[in-house]
Each structure stands twice: as structure tokens, then as C-alpha cells.
Design a protein around this ligand. Structure first.
Ligand SMILES: CC(C)(COP(=O)(O)OP(=O)(O)OC[C@H]1O[C@@H](n2cnc3c(N)ncnc32)[C@H](O)[C@@H]1OP(=O)(O)O)[C@@H](O)C(=O)NCCC(=O)NCCS
Length: 154
């Protein structure tokens, strides 16, 4: 069964593996590998930061991926997702995105959640659309990125 928890210090190595996964680096706008030192510094600060919701998802006690939603200003938050390489292709991403955005918007209903995705990242775009995001800005060639967003509408 799918469950989630807030990331804690014990997850530092798991996040380090996920962040340096080759596909995760390729689909990031900064594709450089991240050192353990840099990661540990960032992670320790991030899990203590109330403006970041960092959820780690498991299925039958196996960690399958993470979603991070970071408040960027008074009405915008930015979302990021990665699925463990061994767990890809099972449609988990849309479920994780739906659960994480519900959780965030329950506490922060006034926010719009933005996702910046590379044009060629079809699995990601499809997953966000399935989780009720809409395409807000189509890509232009110079930026090679799409903006998708989700907001509570009344
Ligand atoms: C993007 C990512 C989260 C998707 O995870 P996932 O749940 O394994 O996604 P799936 O492989 O199940 O694919 C989701 C959908 O895209 C489709 N898809 C996958 N690869 C595709 C491709 N190359 N072209 C078109 N559609 C594709 C799948 O068929 C599936 O469609 P369906 O829902 O209609 O069945 C995962 O690939 C990942 O961790 N990538 C690296 C990090 C990343 O890119 N993050 C996004 C930036 S925020």
C-alpha cells in the first residue's frame, strides 16, 4: 500500500542516490552531479525549513520516490518529483503528485504550484497532466521548458 512520510535525516543517503540518478540529472536544468558534501549541507537545512514540504513515498515499506514543494513567494510554490529507477514505468508519479499537492494545498490553499519541465520529458508532462496540472506556458526554443501549474479553483 502507498504511504508517505516527511523526509528526515535518516533519508539523506536515499535522497543523495535519487538526486544523482542519471535521468534525474539529465532532466534537471542544472545537470551537474552533486557532491555528498553539498547534498548533506542542503538536505540538513531543507528538512528543517518550513517553506519546503518534502515527502518520501513507500509501497509496502520500499521507498519509491519523493515529491518536494517549496514556497517561492507569497503565492507561488515550485514542485519537483523523482521516482526510484527500479520503480519507474508503473504510473506512480501521477499518484504521488496528486497526494503531495492535496497535502500542500490543504494547508496552503492560496498557492499556485508551478512545475518547470524540459520539453522532451514526456513521462513527466503526462504525469503532471494526470495529476490535474494544466499547461500554462508552452515551451520556447530558448528555454526548452514548459510551465505547468495547479491551483484550487472555487
Ligand atoms: C518523470 C518520472 C517522475 C515519471 O515517473 P513514472 O511514474 O515512472 O512515469 P511512467 O513511466 O509511469 O510514465 C507516466 C506516463 O508517461 C508515459 N511515458 C513514459 N515515457 C514516455 C515517453 N518517452 N513518451 C511518451 N510517454 C511516455 C507512460 O506511458 C505513462 O503514461 P500513462 O499514464 O498513460 O500510462 C520519472 O521518470 C523520473 O523520476 N524521472 C526523473 C526525474 C524527473 O524527470 N522529474 C520531473 C521534473 S520535476
Amino acid at each position: 500500500m502507498l504511504s508517505f512520510r516527511k523526509a528526515s535525516l535518516q533519508d539523506v543517503t536515499q535522497y543523495f542516490e535519487w538526486v544523482n540518478n542519471p535521468l534525474v540529472r539529465t532532466q534537471s536544468f542544472n545537470s551537474n552531479n552533486i557532491s555528498l558534501e553539498e547534498h548533506t549541507k542542503w538536505f540538513t537545512k531543507a528538512i528543517a525549513d518550513n517553506s519546503k514540504l518534502m515527502l518520501i513515498f513507500s509501497n509496502n515499506n520500499i521507498d519509491i520516490g519523493q515529491v518536494r514543494i517549496e514556497i517561492s513567494n507569497e503565492d507561488i510554490a515550485i514542485i519537483d518529483i523523482s521516482i526510484d529507477e527500479a520503480q519507474r514505468g508503473n504510473g506512480y508519479a501521477s499518484q504521488l503528485l496528486q497526494i503531495a499537492t492535496d497535502e500542500f494545498l490543504k494547508i496552503n490553499p492560496q498557492y499556485k504550484i508551478n512545475a518547470y519541465i524540459k520539453n522532451e520529458n514526456a513521462a513527466s508532462v503526462k504525469s503532471f497532466l494526470k495529476a490535474e496540472f494544466i499547461i500554462e506556458i508552452q515551451s520556447d526554443n530558448s528555454s526548452n521548458r514548459l510551465l505547468l501549474s495547479k491551483k484550487i479553483t472555487v
